[in-house]
Design a binder for this molecule. Sequence first.
Ligand code: BV8
Length: 228
Amino acid sequence: MADIRNIVILTGAGVSAESGIDTFRDAGGLWEQHRVEDVATPEAFARDPDLVLNFYDMRREAIQTKQPNAAHDALARLDAGWHGDLLIVTQNVDDLHERAGAHRVLHMHGTHLNAWCTACDTRTPWTGTLIDRPHCPSCDAQALRPDVVWFGEMPYEMDRIYTALRQADLFVSIGTSGAVYPAAGFVQEARDMRVRTLELNLEASMGSRWFHESRHGPATQLVPQWVE
Ligand code: BV8
């Protein structure tokens, strides 16, 4: 990586799979247990808030029992020692990148560690449940929802992501199926700007054909090999 200065890394559920966190679309994944339309849209939340709040309470509780794996650890080492710009853009709502020690992390689909008050629009660190309609610490309204980006909602910090992609020398996608936009389109954005692209994934993804190079295998093997 001698001629590389600025790196953008996109991670998806596959980077946390070996920590025991369900992915979305693998056999038995989250969406097989729940239809996306039923739990990850604003309409679903309006229609059946208990179902949605239970789904996220269950995931928030499960995430807190999991630990970072060798892929998170390798990315944290890279972040700590990298001389240039580096941004880990994660689609994941877990905090395993941070718990492994990474600092330059951007949660484009939000984080399970916050609750978002729909009354006063503040975000509060949250590790408990939301199903019991707790009061917002700021305005006392019982109007808290998960601070995650649902389908049809704008992902966080898109301008910052596109700016980082424009300035990157290398774009690496790790553990994502390439099924969800706009994240799935980042590789094409990168290629349009003559950025080198590398995919590290268990198997071919929906976007593999766009990458200059695509390596297949578990993240706990591929990521440390790439970082070292
Ligand atoms: C939006 C919530 C407007 C939190 C999620 C074109 C342009 C823009 C939008 C669209 C478009 N076409 C369609 C849309 C609408 C929609 C969309 O993409 N629909 C899809 C279904 C077609 N997108 C949206 O609504 C987005 N908002 O568009 O706003 C806009 C437009 C332009 C610019 C800005 C704004 C909002 C999308 C966010 C939805 N919220 N999550 C939560 O509950 O977690 S999405 C959900 O899917 C998660 O965030 C997840 O991260 C994401 C992607 O899934 P993956 O992470 O890839 O997980 P998956 O299971 O699919 O794959 C796992 C991969 O890992 C597999 O490939 C597997 O092989 C691999 N793997 C498994 N084990 C391992 C492994 N790899 C390595 N090692 C292993 N051990």
